[in-house]
Write a protein that binds this ligand. Sequence first.
Ligand SMILES: [Ca+2]
Length: 226
Amino acid sequence: MPAAAALTVLMTALSRYQAAGDVAGLAELAGRLQSEAPDSAPTAAAQFALGALQGNPPANLATNPDFEATEGAGGSEAGAGWQAEGAPPGWSTWQGGNSSGECLWLEEEGNRFVALQGVANGVFLQNIPVTPGRRYLLACSFRGSIGEGVRAQIHMAWRDAEGHWTAEDQRNGVSFPNGEFACWLRAGMIITAPESAASGVLMLTSADQVGDARIDCDDVLAVELP
Ligand SMILES: [Ca+2]
């Protein structure tokens, strides 16, 4: 199905599910369309699902999702190369060997957020316990400079009960659109935990940033859908 047609189908069907308050139906449809829909469709699906959840929102599984907490453990559960130093409580940072940019925790007008600046391959990440077969809605706010060729995402990868990467073909993310964004925008997606997964590794990623271009992220949401 062409991307535009998939999006039209998605929006129409999601409207019906939302009107019925059928969050499970929303998640099912979003999961089926995710592989063929454009980047904007996962965000639309997540927005519709959030709308249906209003009044009875599930708990946010992310630790320190708004980056406001300044006390507590420095990093999320460690993985190879994860850095806790300088990261907000609950979060770690990671950069690939080819990357020498900055993973920043900033404050502006009383609001704290994180930023990826000049990274060839940089990530803020944290571990989130998941149940195999359940669907999860991930979302975050973003703004900044996302030039052509830059790939920035909210992304989920999977680890098994021993902490090893698993189901690498079932990791997925939704890309932030390219452009210059002074205001906060929202991106989101719905994803199903693979059978072998004991935890998800929620990532805010950027790759191939040029110069000192910076992408900011805030207000992460990770909820298990009904
Ligand atoms: Ca914040």
